[in-house]
Design a protein around this ligand. Structure first.
Ligand code: NAG
Ligand code: NAG
Ligand code: NAG
Ligand code: NAG
Ligand code: NAG
Ligand code: NAG
Ligand code: NAG
Ligand code: NAG
Ligand code: NAG
Ligand code: NAG
Ligand code: NAG
Ligand code: NAG
Length: 460
């Protein structure tokens, strides 16, 4: 029995309405939905149960599945946040992902695969629109698609460089790339590789096992704002020309590398966007930080300045001094100058100039008194204060409690402190760690400390 024209029109209208509803219910493309379900299977292999909302029964459509965002007009997946998705119980299972899983997502802009115990990413990542790739906190040992491979095997390196040409060109839109906390080994190729990623703004190689010299072609990545090299075996002369070129840098993280020679802060004088500079040299006596020569006036206002155990402005008798560029800083949140053999009097001015400080640590130096804090000062954000192991030889400022009302931790152990315990210590209601051990203090802690029994206090 056939339908009348009227009925046929009705059907057509009904179908259009249904299709419209389907769009409205945030469906994604069939091809991408199938790819997502395959990806889910891979993440759950052998018997996991992550990503429960990724199921065909979910009527709200795959664009609203957890971790997924689609483009509003094309309904294509643009963001896949799969960080910390694989079950903890699979931590010890050797697990790699084939990059081809991601090929169907042609408009993908953001891919976060952090924290999944990934030991490999096989094949080529070919994603023309990818801007952000996070692979943090995995178990990667090499990244063939970036031309990074074991340095002791030049054949492998050559091979992966050849292979990687196509994929690198297709990752040219990357702006953020982080391999933070993996086990990546080998040197960066002197040409190609990362240097092809001309739009890169954020590059984190921190906490890996990279070694060798930094390639000079990195100088070309002039858009870089964040460069994290911390905890790696990078060696060779301190890359001054690199830092000279990268004028847009905001964050520079250089803890525990093996560069040699002099790192002069004057290099950064004109880096007006610099906000974070962090360096430590516990295992590297061959890198010397120079903050005075040549003298410079900073165009930047740092938020974070960290220097730990580096030979700094080495002067007579292994003594150094507080970097004088700090005279121009008034916006610091975190200041750490530890194990630097700094002599001279306690930098009361540095505190006075930077009232937004959250953390102030100058332990293990040769700072002497006077230790004076104007009682009208208020550091509402200050949480950590450490001036331990310095021959301060003064009293605890009587108003310390009202000056740092929100302090969590106060460490002034081994600082030759004299006098009594100010009653205002009791005003620091948030305090959960107080170390005043190994001083010449007399008397008793204020009554308030008797009531909070769980916490650890030490007095001397
Ligand atoms: C997966 O299988 C293992 C071993 O058979 C079992 O111990 C574990 O509980 C299973 N996990 C899940 C999520 O079913
Ligand atoms: C469908 O997906 C949404 C969004 O992720 C989720 O809140 C909901 O629980 C899912 N429903 C089912 C039946 O899985
Ligand atoms: C897409 O639509 C949602 C909800 O209507 C809106 O919040 C979001 O900003 C839109 N995204 C884009 C990229 O237009
Ligand atoms: C995953 O990363 C995104 C940013 O990329 C973050 O907002 C989110 O909190 C992270 N999720 C987990 C579980 O860590
Ligand atoms: C990745 O998957 C593709 C397509 O399924 C396959 O051709 C390729 O051999 C795989 N690559 C690796 C390294 O497993
Ligand atoms: C890859 O690029 C290098 C130079 O950038 C070139 O010498 C080499 O022939 C290219 N390999 C392939 C397979 O295209
Ligand atoms: C990139 O850097 C290399 C080596 O430093 C240099 O020879 C080359 O001209 C630079 N390329 C561009 C496009 O700036
Ligand atoms: C910073 O800029 C000033 C003025 O433009 C210039 O004289 C100086 O040489 C520059 N310093 C560095 C380290 O580039
Ligand atoms: C500090 O001085 C001691 C000798 O007084 C020296 O052994 C040590 O290397 C110095 N530390 C730094 C970071 O310069
Ligand atoms: C910091 O304090 C010193 C000494 O009081 C002063 O000379 C300097 O101008 C101050 N700097 C800023 C930026 O406030
Ligand atoms: C403390 O600061 C106040 C206000 O800035 C000022 O008037 C006073 O002289 C200062 N006291 C000392 C001892 O520096
Ligand atoms: C205080 O600092 C000293 C070193 O200067 C350290 O040994 C001690 O553990 C610290 N105290 C606390 C409670 O962290």
């Amino acid at each position: 029995m056939g339908y009348s024209v009227r009925e046929q029109v009705w059907w057509v209208v009904a179908i259009i309405i249904l299709l419209g509803l389907k769009d409205g219910s945030k469906a994604c493309l069939e091809e991408e939905r199938e790819a997502l379900l395959k990806l889910k299977e891979a993440f759950n292999h052998p018997n996991g149960s992550s990503l429960p909302s990724w199921n065909n029964l979910n009527s709200s459509g795959c664009c609203s599945w957890e971790g997924i965002s689609c483009d509003n007009s094309t309904q294509r997946v643009i963001s896949l946040l799969l960080n910390y998705t694989r079950a903890q119980e699979f931590e010890d299972i050797n697990w790699s992902l084939n990059a081809s899983y991601f090929l169907p997502f042609r408009q993908l802009q953001t891919l976060d695969l952090s924290g999944n115990f990934l030991s490999g990413l096989l094949g080529e990542i070919r994603l023309d629109n990818l801007q952000t790739l996070y692979l943090e906190d995995n178990k990667l040992t090499e990244v063939p698609f970036l031309g990074v491979s074991h340095s002791d095997n030049s054949k492998t390196l050559e091979g992966s460089l050849q292979q990687s040409n196509a994929s690198l060109t297709s990752l040219a839109s990357l702006r953020t790339l982080s391999f933070y906390k993996n086990s990546l080994e080998g040197s960066l190729p002197q040409q190609g590789g990362l240097c092809k990623l001309k739009n890169l703004k954020v590059l984190s190689l921190g906490r890996n096992k990279f070694e060798g010299h930094l390639p000079s072609c990195l100088n070309n990545l002039t858009s870089l704002r964040v460069l994290d090299l911390q905890y790696n075996g990078f060696e060779g002369p301190f890359p001054s020309s690199l830092f000279h070129s990268l004028k847009s840098l905001r964050f520079i993280s250089l803890e525990e590398t093996y560069f040699t020679g002099i790192a002069s802060l004057s290099l950064f004088a004109n880096h007006s966007n610099l906000q974070l500079f962090s360096i430590s040299c516990s295992n590297n006596p061959n890198l010397k930080l120079e903050t005075e020569n040549p003298p410079f006036i900073p165009s930047f206002q740092l938020l974070i300045f960290n220097v730990i155990q580096c030979t700094m402005n080495e002067g007579r008798n292994n003594r150094s001094s507080i970097p004088s560029f700090l005279l121009h800083q008034y916006d610091l949140r975190v200041l750490q100058l530890g194990y630097l053999n700094i002599s001279g009097s306690f930098p009361n001015w540095l505190l006075k100039n930077n009232t937004k400080l959250v953390s102030f640590k100058v332990g293990h130096n040769f700072l002497t008194g006077p230790f004076e804090l104007n009682s009208t000062l208020r550091f509402m954000d200050m949480q950590y204060f450490d001036a331990s192991s310095n021959p301060i030889n003064d009293e605890i400022p009587p108003h310390v409690g009202s000056i740092f009302p929100n302090l969590l931790s106060l460490n002034m152990s081994s600082s030759s402190l004299q006098g009594g315990f100010p009653a205002s210590l009791g005003d620091m209601k948030q305090l959960n760690s107080l170390d005043l051990s190994n001083n010449n203090l007399s008397g008793y802690l204020p009554q308030e400390f008797a009531t909070t029994s769980q916490e650890k206090y030490e007095k001397g």
